[in-house]
Design a protein around this ligand. Structure first.
Ligand code: GLU
Length: 442
């Protein structure tokens, strides 16, 4: 196994994020590979860590002053053993091929956990939508899709949103795809409700995290009722985490952005939650605005993990919660950490949580609700009909419950009871690896 990781590192030495993602999965699935020589015989680990295809392209666009700019576009089509490639597009200056490969690798297992027919992919650009006008964002999206359209399709690869790509961007991307392909199809998910989108897609990641947390706590004879919770984002995911936690009787006391965090000891409720929902998604303002409006403390240049809480839910970016933050959370009595973002906790932070008896749920299990409802959006598009809110929400809740059970069963099977990281990796790996075995050497 060490040989495979070494080969990956030798091949692409600069891809630290990808190495970290692969290392974690290899550590978890080692017992499975030891017991089942057919996976080695068929070079499953070598193939599962190599993208089926990587597309990189030039994205030129013009700003409102007539100045031309250049960004780079990416799509990593990681694995199609279970269905068309599926995963979000991220627009953020921090992205790189390594980050997209690690996210696409994660996505492959996350999508497998949903039990829906979805392969894994991820993509986006180093474009920063923050501070750009709608017209600039539209021109960028049109240029981006003018290249990407060649490689995607409702039965080939179905992108969605991610950091920096919300309803506005999906709209512009869809419009350009439709124009180029002369086809109105389910090529993207997260579409507007009146043009092929699904009810509850917008809320799905946040609600799914709430459902998963309820399952985890109930497994330990507890509930969300009365729990104090810290989160780190204030976008789409964070907003609906708060809504679901409120509904289940918990209290969320922080929101944050890259410049600092707000502490609201009374909890984000009522008109305050409405304000939070619009802050970024509508007005694209900083989280500090919430503090100003409601007279709360704004703690500049700090992360919210220093606020005492029972549960921490990182909802922003990779590696936003490090070992120091983990130590502070543990010393403040935090009992559970649930990743609503993709890989927000560093490897040593996760290790520290495990060593100190903190219940830890990785993003590939906890935040699978978003892509699960994307899968349901694809189903509705194929049937050319729309389910009610209740129907989609019921299915989402059931899927999250199933993922929870599957993770615990898989963890138990390899002798790591209660370990959600191992459980998610093993269960996701087995689904993809078995499909790959059955489909031959491709
Ligand atoms: N970007 C989300 C994720 O990380 C959603 C992907 C999708 O709906 O395809 O899972």
């Amino acid at each position: 196994m060490a040989n495979i990781l070494k080969a990956i590192k030798d091949k692409d030495p600069g891809e630290k994020e990808f190495h970290q993602a692969v290392q974690e999965v290899i550590d978890s699935v080692q017992p499975i590979l030891d017991r089942n020589p057919e996976y080695r015989q068929a070079a499953i680990l070598e193939r599962i860590t190599e993208p089926e295809r990587v597309i990189m392209f030039r994205v030129p666009w013009v700003d409102d002053q007539g100045q031309a700019h250049l960004n780079r576009g990416y799509r990593v089509q990681m694995n199609s053993a279970l269905g068309p490639y599926k995963g979000g597009l991220r627009f953020h200056p921090s992205v790189s091929l390594s980050i997209f490969k690690s996210l696409a690798f994660e996505q492959t297992f996350k999508n497998a956990l949903t039990s829906l027919p979805l392969g894994g992919g991820k993509g986006g650009s180093d474009f920063q939508p923050r501070g750009k006008s709608d017209a600039e964002v539209m021109r960028f999206c049109q240029s981006f899709m003018s290249e990407l359209f060649r490689y995607i399709g409702p039965d080939i690869d179905v992108p969605a949103g991610d950091v920096g790509v919300g309803a506005r961007e999906i709209g512009y991307l869809f419009g350009q795809y439709k124009r180029l392909c002369k086809e109105f199809s389910g090529v993207l998910t997260g579409k507007g409700i009146n043009w092929g989108g699904s009810l509850v897609r917008r809320e799905a990641t946040g609600y799914g995290v709430g459902y998963f947390l309820a399952e985890v706590l109930s497994q330990h004879g507890q509930s969300i009722e009365g729990k104090t919770i810290a989160i780190s984002g204030y976008g789409n995911v964070g907003t609906y985490v708060v809504e679901k936690i409120n509904e289940l009787g918990g209290k969320v006391v922080t929101i944050a952005d890259e410049y600092g965090y707000v502490c609201d000891p009374d909890g984000i409720k009522g008109e305050k939650l409405e304000c939070m929902a619009d802050l970024w998604c509508v007005y694209r303002k900083s989280a500090e605005d919430y503090a100003t409006q409601f007279g709360c403390e704004w703690i500049k240049d700090k992360r919210p993990w220093e606020v005492p809480c029972d549960v921490a839910i990182p909802t922003a970016m990779e590696n936003e919660l490090d070992l120091n933050a983990a130590k502070t959370l543990v010393s403040n009595g935090c009992m559970a950490v649930v990743e609503a973002a993709n890989m927000p906790c560093t490897h040593d932070a996760v290790q520290y949580f495990h060593e100190h008896g903190v219940l830890f749920v990785p993003g590939k299990a906890a935040n699978a609700g978003g892509v699960a409802v994307s899968g349901l959006e694809m189903t509705q598009n194929s049937m050319r009909l729309s389910w009610t809110r209740e129907e989609v929400d019921k299915r989402l809740k059931m899927i999250m419950g199933n993922i929870h059970r599957t993770c615990l069963e898989a963890a138990e099977m390899v002798g790591a009871p209660g370990n959600y990281v191992v459980g998610a990796n093993v269960a996701g790996f087995l689904k993809v690896a078995d499909a790959m075995l059955q489909q031959g050497l491709v």
